[in-house]
Design a protein around this ligand. Structure first.
Ligand SMILES: [Ca+2]
Ligand SMILES: [Ca+2]
Length: 508
């Protein structure tokens, strides 16, 4: 009888222990708050973009936003470009005054502007633009009534299902030195959305700025890693785990492509008019169902990528579902988990539950004893701290307090964060539970008398717009000498983090 009892109890205990470990996390996955620990940085206005309100009537996600500034880019020769997602590419002159370089909205009559990532979403200049005149844009168009056919539609769907198109275009400036664009265009890739809303389209184009001529990475174009709304994009095709964790689709994948047409490169043709780089791990795979343009996959919305100029480490900011925001270190051929993983948790959707559910991973996976094939974030925060992670950059500029930090923030709240770069790289260890701590940066301005006044990005935008704002719409950019731009899509102002100006202010 004793023996029988112990045999019965043992499995019950085991089940109950497993039950506790698998219990859904219903609130505050990271209870410790992100705090300010003394990091304080001055912020200064650079220039406000022209007022573009009303450019597309009611087809506008935030009609009251002054300008929808999304990316700042410095060319190696010092020219500075910035886009307004309402369709304008500006060249800033030597006094940082904006002049329209290209009217992107006029080029794309089917473009749509009604979502956070929509319209003229992003752009990148070829590292040799000054010689070859090439730059690249990504924009969104409506699907119904569109005369063009996508190069790629998610598996199992057809042209009739295409709700939106996401398009990468190469622009060729006849005279790269000219102050306004004149030249030709070539479509590189047109791919379809099949969910109801234009949610998480390709949102970034990047060339690795740390790559030098002759490096394998030089001149290769990266895209964001975006699930194209197969999480919460709405309609019957959304909330769809079966469209993730597979290599026969570009959904959730950061692509790395050689933008040259295969007719020029004589290489392997990709889904569109570009070449698949053989340096991509998945290109070396001979499985015909594996897309060679995939560099890494398993992202929900890795909408921003950056590289540490000191050692070439690649970072991606991946916006989470209902719970976890991630900074990831990205490597060729790796799987970052979505829709199975969110942060270092199991997302409930893959278990047949809901997208907003989180479950803990088993202890032997968390501490790295057992490998599960996923690569985990090096820094994370949860949704009582913010809602959607911005761009982030390894900082090696003139502000002493930020050197050796990775600076990022939260789009909606406008909070600006920092983590130690060394701690992030140390956390890139194959062990999910090791992550770098995050602290908040206090921003301040110097008033006319030189006195320090603490501010927030949201507060600055609210002052400029003279009203309270539901979101800061913060994005971050990096200048060619490594300084950081902070921009808001609410007030259209471009600001910079600067070394403290106390002496200059007190000398006035
Ligand atoms: Ca928390
Ligand atoms: Ca780790």
């Amino acid at each position: 009888m004793r023996l029988k009892t112990s045999l019965v109890i043992a499995p019950l205990l085991a089940m109950s222990a497993a039950g506790a470990a698998n219990a859904q996390i219903t609130s505050n996955p990271f209870p410790a708050p992100i705090e300010k620990k003394g990091l304080a940085v001055e912020i200064k206005d650079v220039v406000r973009l022209p007022d573009s309100r009303g450019a597309h009537g009611t087809d506008d996600v935030t009609p009251s936003g002054w300008a929808r500034v999304s990316f700042m880019r410095d060319l190696p020769d010092g020219r500075r470009f910035v886009n307004d997602s309402r369709g304008f590419l500006y060249l800033l002159d030597a006094s940082n005054q904006p002049h329209v370089y290209a009217d992107v909205s006029a080029a794309f009559p089917y473009a749509v502007y009604n979502r956070l990532e929509s319209g003229f979403i992003g752009f990148a200049f070829h590292p040799e633009f000054a010689k070859n005149g090439l730059f690249y844009t990504v924009h969104s168009e409506r699907g119904p009534g569109n005369p063009k056919t996508p190069d790629f539609i998610p598996p199992g769907y057809g042209v009739k299902d295409a709700s939106y198109h996401n398009v990468i275009t190469e622009w060729h400036a006849t005279n790269p030195a000219a102050a306004t664009f004149e030249g030709t265009r070539r479509e590189l890739l047109r791919e379809a959305h099949v969910v109801a809303n234009l949610t998480h389209p390709m949102g970034a184009l990047e060339f690795n700025p740390a790559a030098k001529p002759g490096d394998a990475d030089y001149g290769l174009l990266y895209t964001s890693g975006s699930d194209h709304g197969f999480s919460n994009g709405g309609g019957p095709n959304a909330s769809n785990p079966a469209q993730t964790q597979r290599l026969d689709t570009i959904m959730t994948a950061i692509l790395r492509i050689d933008p040259r047409s295969p007719s020029v490169s004589h290489g392997v043709k990709g889904l569109g008019d570009y070449t698949v780089p053989m340096a991509n791990k998945f290109a070396a795979d001979n499985d015909p169902k594996t897309l060679g343009e995939i560099y890494a996959y398993g992202f929900r919305n890795a909408h921003r990528l950056s590289w540490d100029m000191a050692d070439g480490t690649m970072f991606a900011s991946d916006i989470g579902m209902d719970n976890i925001e991630e900074i990831n270190i990205v490597r060729n051929g790796e799987n970052y988990g979505w829709m199975r993983r969110e942060g270092y948790f199991d997302n409930g959707r893959f278990r047949g539950g809901a997208l907003n559910e989180l479950y803990p991973l088993p202890a032997d996976i968390m501490d790295g004893r057992k490998k599960d094939g996923y690569t985990y974030p090096v820094a994370m925060y949860d949704h009582d701290e913010g809602r959607s992670v911005t761009d982030g950059f390894a900082y090696h500029g003139r502000i002493a307090a930020l050197r050796g930090k990775f600076v990022f923030g939260d789009i909606q709240t406008g909070r600006v964060f920092a983590s130690d770069l060394a701690a992030m790289k140390k956390a890139d260890d194959g062990i999910p539970q090791t992550v770098a701590p995050i602290e908040e940066i206090q921003l301040y301005v110097r008033d006319a008398s030189g006195k320090r006044v603490d501010v927030t990005m949201r507060g600055l935008a609210e002052k400029m717009m003279d009203k309270s704002l539901p979101r800061a719409d913060l994005h971050i950019g990096r200048s060619r000498d490594g300084e950081l731009f902070l921009t808001s899509r609410q007030d259209g102002m471009i600001r910079m983090l600067v070394p403290d100006d106390e002496k200059a202010a007190s000398n006035k």
